[in-house]
Design a protein around this ligand. Structure first.
Ligand code: GDP
Ligand code: K
Ligand code: MG
Length: 261
């Protein structure tokens, strides 16, 4: 059987552990993340021709390195042993959850979006445009699920197995030209200095954000490009894009009904 390693990554309380448990049952392996006392839980499941090892990760809002949770989850997301990421999002709170999604997409790894809490979405009379949403996220598979009700789980595993070899071909978010120019320069420098590295664009963006860990791990002289931190602009661009996504894909049934009365 094919062996695939998958990390479940998402905000706190989006349902990662519930989903992880629903997918893996009870065959769990518990350890600590390297160097810290945060618990690392791993479980396995078989689906079609694949043996899938799933890893539950600490909930985070951002792929920065300010907290232990962020460090642990970010390290896991970037680990070459991880073949694919299930980005678990609370679909009833997309605006907040998509910020992490946009950061994960920049890693360039295969990602499947598990739109969790679909039962809540339906109860609240919300409707999501399931055609437009994946289009706006670079055509990654987007699978509506309810971890609590165990719906959509087979479709999710199917998507993981069939897309775990597809990284992101194109990035979805263009920063202003001044920033894009710097990203391109840094990306080239990253590729020249660390040819075996994946995620050159992500590293370039992190260097522009003046990320301490990335700077430490990749000591290349970038002062002539990174004259200051561009973190604020980069964050703002992501939120502007999320606003656009939510505006295009989220509807309320009652409002629609009311307007046709
Ligand atoms: P984590 O912090 O991401 O691991 O989230 P948990 O798995 O601990 O879930 C947080 C809360 O959301 C718990 O109370 C779960 O029972 C609940 N929850 C998880 N998935 C769903 C779902 O699909 N629907 C609903 N209604 N609640 C859910
Ligand atoms: K929790
Ligand atoms: Mg959890």
């Amino acid at each position: 059987k094919r062996q695939i390693n998958v990390a479940c990554i998402g905000n706190p309380n989006c349902g990662k552990t519930t989903l992880f448990n629903a997918l893996t049952g009870s065959r769990l392996k518990v350890a600590n993340w390297p160097g810290v006392t945060v618990e690392r839980v791993e479980g396995t499941t078989s689906y079609e021709d694949a043996e899938i090892t799933l890893i539950d990760t600490p909930g985070i809002y951002s792929l920065t390195c300010y907290t232990i949770e962020e460090k642990v989850t970010r390290q896991c997301a970037m680990d070459d042993d991880i073949d694919a990421i299930i980005n678990v999002v609370d679909a009833s709170s997309l605006e907040r959850n998509l910020y992490l999604t946009l950061q994960l997409l920049e890693l360039g790894k295969p990602i499947v979006l598990a739109l969790n809490m679909m039962d809540v979405v339906e109860e609240r009379g919300m409707e999501l445009d399931m055609h437009r949403l994946p289009e706006m996220l670079g055509d990654i598979p987007v699978v509506p699920v309810s971890a609590a009700r165990r719906t959509g789980l087979d479709i999710l595993l199917h998507a993981v197995i069939h897309h775990c070899e597809e990284g992101m071909e194109d990035y979805i978010l263009d920063y202003p030209p001044e920033i894009e120019e710097k990203i391109t320069t840094l990306e080239t420098m990253m590729q020249e200095n660390y040819p075996s590295h994946s995620s050159a664009r992500w590293h370039a963006i992190k260097l522009l954000e003046d990320d301490e860990e990335v700077k430490k791990e990749h000591p290349i002289s970038v002062v002539h490009v990174v004259d200051r931190s561009y973190e604020k602009e980069i964050i703002q661009c992501k939120y502007t894009y999320i606003e656009k996504v939510v505006k295009e894909i989220l509807f309320y049934k009652n409002k629609k009904a009311a307007s046709t009365d």
